[in-house]
Write a protein that binds this ligand. Sequence first.
Ligand code: KG4
Ligand code: ZN
Length: 350
Amino acid sequence: MLVLGIETSCDETAVALVSDGVQVRANVIGSQIDQHRPYGGVVPEIAARAHLELLLPVLDRALVEGGCTYDDIDAVAVTVGPGLIGALLVGVAGAKALALARDLPLIGVNHLEGHVCATQLESGALDPPMVALIVSGGHTSIVLLDADGAFSTLGQTIDDAAGEAFDKVARFLGLPYPGGPEIDRLARDGDPAAIAFPRAMLHDGTFDFSLSGLKSAVVRELRRRDAAGIEIDVADVAASFQEAVVDVQVRKTLAAAQAHGVERITVVGGVAANSRLRERMTAACAAAGHRLLIPSVALCTDNGAMIAAAGWNRLAAGQRTGLDVEADPNLVLTPLPVPPSSAAPGGSPR
Ligand code: KG4
Ligand code: ZN
């Protein structure tokens, strides 16, 4: 079954074609970063307009890349939330139009469920139970996906999301948007132990996070050095900030997996592309005997393939979304309909 996945929740217009929930035939991303960069962040109105301009060309490119025509598509999956309402609306309207015009089943997908399902594109099936660290521009949480497919949030940020903190600190360091990849790159030449930034809530016994104090600590340190005439080594600041973020994320995720007796850990979302997080998480999981699944970098940041994969899981379980579905900027995670391991690759729900 070939599912077309459409993702427009933030600043990437993404369309993919995925066979049987696991095999990526095409994964095209029309980036809007250049349009948002002058403003140092995503401007919701610009995002919505850019999605409108990019959606059809990106869709055309996906069909060419996948060597398909509209006739080959069996279903349409689309992100319905959470995200920016104007941005979501464009993808949802496009998906509805396509489903109506081609008489195809439509399935609405939760963006965060999509991030988690990115893992099945490389591992073949989700295979819960698993603990997922979801770290993106808008979300930071530790989620348990239990053997029955139910999600429960074990902890989350009480203020800034991880990607938001990376982007804000990058701005203070004079780096372009999006700042996460810039900090990651710069940090490779820096000393992660140069500045002892705070690790908020590390020992509070919860799986929650707080990042706004860390961001303020970076700004204070930059101002203090500036006022004292101390030269600022941007690479050291980037590496020390990144280490503080990663340190808490790695320890809390492992603690959550241990508390719930779960062997499998996954790290997903745009910040999962961070090389230090990947490195530290890999080492920590190996040392503690956890099995780690992290999608490749291209599948961590927003993409249509993860939406097609999540959509396929639900379509395979017989779910459909009505054409009256509405974009929901605050959509919450709902249980996966069946244990995803039983929705193994190869089966066609049609
Ligand atoms: O999941 P995503 O593509 O979009 C949202 O759903 O928000 O995540 C985007 C976020 C941005 O804040 C970006 O700076 C961050 O992911 N990001 C990174 C890296 N690559 C992207 N953060 C740290 N290191 C990276 N290599
Ligand atoms: Zn995302």
